[in-house]
Design a binder for this molecule. Structure first.
Ligand SMILES: [Zn+2]
Length: 199
């Protein structure tokens, strides 16, 4: 398994694009099946753990696997849209219709939940069908397009690294998915270049 951490995107939509990564051994797919999709949704905070457990108990694995396949297709479509968007290429409204169709599947209600010892009003998604598991993913993608500056949505500058992130730094100069991994590797490479191979 790729050693890079799962959540480096600083935005669930970027983390969604990062569920497949290219490595020296070829691409690694994290959304391999429905179970992996549910685990990822919980890890990234798009689904509460009890809801994921209920989904697992309620729907056949084959149905959840179909949603995972749809998630992988959505991811690659969204990647192309986001690449055009951040490159400043004009977006036709029609290209976002599939995303709006996913958002339409949603059905939510508000509920009180305890968060850090305080009552907080949260929005809770109603899950009547496995296909609704993609609604929070579509919401994250839509929020990225609506709320973030395209120039802050970048790919890692690390050699061979394809991970996306939203730059939340004040300076707006974040270059790497992770300072410990790609940032460190780039520093070592630059050092070697300055001091010769043996250094
Ligand atoms: Zn990287």
């Amino acid at each position: 398994m790729d050693p890079r951490p799962l959540l480096v995107g600083s935005h669930p939509a970027a983390d969604f694009l990062n569920t497949t990564v290219s490595t020296a051994d070829g691409p690694v797919e994290r959304l391999v099946d429905g179970r992996a999709l549910l685990d990822w949704l919980v890890a990234v905070g798009l689904l509460e753990a009890p809801a994921a457990a209920a989904a697992r108990a309620r729907w056949p694995a084959a149905d959840l696997d179909r949603v995972a396949a749809e998630a992988r297709r959505l991811r690659e479509r969204a990647r192309r849209v986001l690449e055009d968007w951040r490159a400043g290429r004009a977006l036709r409204p029609g290209r976002l219709l599939p995303l709006n169709a996913l958002l339409e599947r949603g059905s939510a209600h508000r509920a009180l939940a305890l968060r850090g010892g305080r009552w907080t009003l949260v929005e809770r998604a109603r899950l009547d069908a496995p296909a609704q598991l993609l609604v929070p993913v579509a919401q994250a993608l839509a929020a990225l397009l609506a709320d973030e500056e395209p120039e802050r949505v970048r790919s890692c500058a690390g050699a061979g690294c394809t991970l996306w992130f939203v730059d939340r730094t004040r300076s707006g100069r974040r270059r790497f998915c992770s300072a410990e991994l790609c940032g460190n590797r780039a520093r070592v490479a630059a050092y070697r270049q300055r001091h010769g191979r043996g250094g």
